[in-house]
Design a protein around this ligand. Structure first.
Ligand code: HEM
Length: 405
């Protein structure tokens, strides 16, 4: 793994690939909100980090000045070498701008409707119980490695129609796309080429042997009365893999991390299962995993601060969710919080298309874990590690099981 030069100062030299960033994200955002609410770094060709809800929502809604073609802020090759730029981008619809975005998004909606997603509930429940069965006899388990990381990989591999035996490779892919952001692009190129070859093989297999899965769905889909281009199909598969895996893995892990050191919240959720949906929304608010990026397409302002065409911007939705101007006791987890208009799934035209699936996986994963382990605690708080980059969640999470049901 490439190591980046540590950030010297979070106001003027921040770096989301510095391990300290995700470890201390909540404190960093709180401090910035009070001292420098639109922080800057010269890294990545120059990028901004707004942390106020007001600025983050204004940017997410302003597609005239902020383009989604750079959804991940990383060291990139020169723009002339990009396979696809705005308005389509490399992974539609998340990298697409209007007017193409609406059409690329619309064609995916039926595949993620509440009815279609609900059919996965028994399978997800079975999987979660099986993962817990495999932990039989262990006093200390790694809730990130042995539990959280396996759930979304299984679900999205099954949905796409990719082999479950390749689960480790899918996690490597997520790591390549989202965590190796500080490396020189030349060092990551071979990884992207391998991914293209892997997906080309599976797309070809689906063409030769049509299947009733998401890859089959994309191959049959039409845009402007034409089949999707091969780069559109592969770009969307990569999006669904990446968006489907790391995000939900992180949310499940952060929720278990919270419950492992807030015994009263855990006890209450076990005793009052009807609280679960409200508690899940609060955990999503407080530990929202996903930050997105934009590129400034025309000179603009963020909260009065001028930004130039070509600059990048991070959109930390998790920081918006902890803004005290919008949420009372923003830094406290209140599992029965009544009013909770959080933006964990983003806002504006790119609002998460997989939110029904994400909520289903998160609810079942937490429900099964706390039903089977009504009491657990952090085994070694210092051993918990966090991901790098724009999706934040625990990657090692040793918990001691105090009670099994
Ligand atoms: C807890 C889990 C998840 C969180 C917090 C989350 C969060 C987000 C956020 C913040 C965006 C907005 C992007 C932007 O503004 O640029 C987004 C977009 C998207 N998400 Fe999720 N996501 C999650 C799970 C999933 C899952 C499971 C899938 C599907 C497999 C998915 C598919 C997508 C897609 C396709 C988009 C792009 C929508 C568009 O551009 O119109 N997400 N997600």
């Amino acid at each position: 793994m490439a190591t980046v030069k540590p950030a010297q100062n979070w106001q003027t030299d921040w770096d989301h690939a510095d391990p300290a960033y995700n470890q201390q994200a909540h404190q960093i955002w709180d401090e910035l909100r009070q001292t420098c609410p639109v922080a800057h770094t010269d890294r990545y060709g120059g990028a901004w980090l707004p942390v106020r809800h007001e600025d983050i929502s204004a940017i997410a809604r302003d597609t005239d000045h902020f383009s989604s073609e750079g959804a991940v802020l990383a060291n990139k090759p020169p723009r002339e070498e990009w396979i696809s730029t705005a308005p389509i981008g490399g992974a539609p619809p998340i990298t697409s701008d209007p007017p193409f975005h609406a059409d690329a998004r619309r064609l995916l909606l039926p595949a993620f409707s509440p009815q279609v997603v609900a059919e996965w509930e028994p399978e997800i429940r079975r999987l979660c119980n099986e993962l817990i069965d495999n932990l039989e006899g262990l006093d200390v388990v790694d809730a990130a490695v042995q539990y959280a990381q396996n759930i979304p990989v299984y679900v999205i591999a099954r949905m796409l129609g990719l082999p479950l035996e390749d689960s480790d490779y899918f996690r490597d892919t997520v790591h390549l796309v989202l965590e190796e952001i500080g490396a020189e692009f030349g060092d990551r190129r071979a990884g992207f080429e391998k991914l293209d070859a892997y997906l080309a093989k599976h797309v070809q297999d689906h063409i030769e042997n049509p299947k009733d899965d998401l890859i089959g769905f994309l191959l049959n889909a039409k845009i402007y009365d034409q089949p999707l281009s091969p780069t559109h199909v592969v770009g969307t598969i990569i999006l669904l893999m990446v968006a489907g895996i790391d995000t939900t893995w992180s949310s499940i892990g952060s929720s278990i991390w919270h419950l492992a050191h807030h015994p009263s919240d855990l006890a209450r959720m076990v005793a009052e299962p009807e609280l679960l949906p409200t508690a899940i929304e609060e955990l999503l608010r407080a530990y929202a995993p996903v930050t997105m990026a934009r590129i400034v397409s025309q000179d603009a302002e963020i909260g009065g601060c001028p930004v130039k065409q070509g600059d990048s911007v991070l959109l930390p939705f998790p920081a918006a969710n902890r803004d005290p101007d919008v949420f009372e006791n923003a830094d406290t987890v209140i599992i029965d919080r009544e009013v909770n208009r959080h933006v964990a799934f983003g806002l504006g035209i790119h609002r998460c298309l997989g939110s029904n699936l994400a909520r289903l996986e998160l609810r079942i994963a937490v429900e099964v874990f706390i039903n089977r382990f009504p009491k657990f605690e952090l085994a070694d708080p210092g051993a918990v590690t966090w991901s790098l980059g724009q999706v934040r969640g625990p990657r090692k999470l040793p918990v001691r099981i105090v009670q099994r049901s």
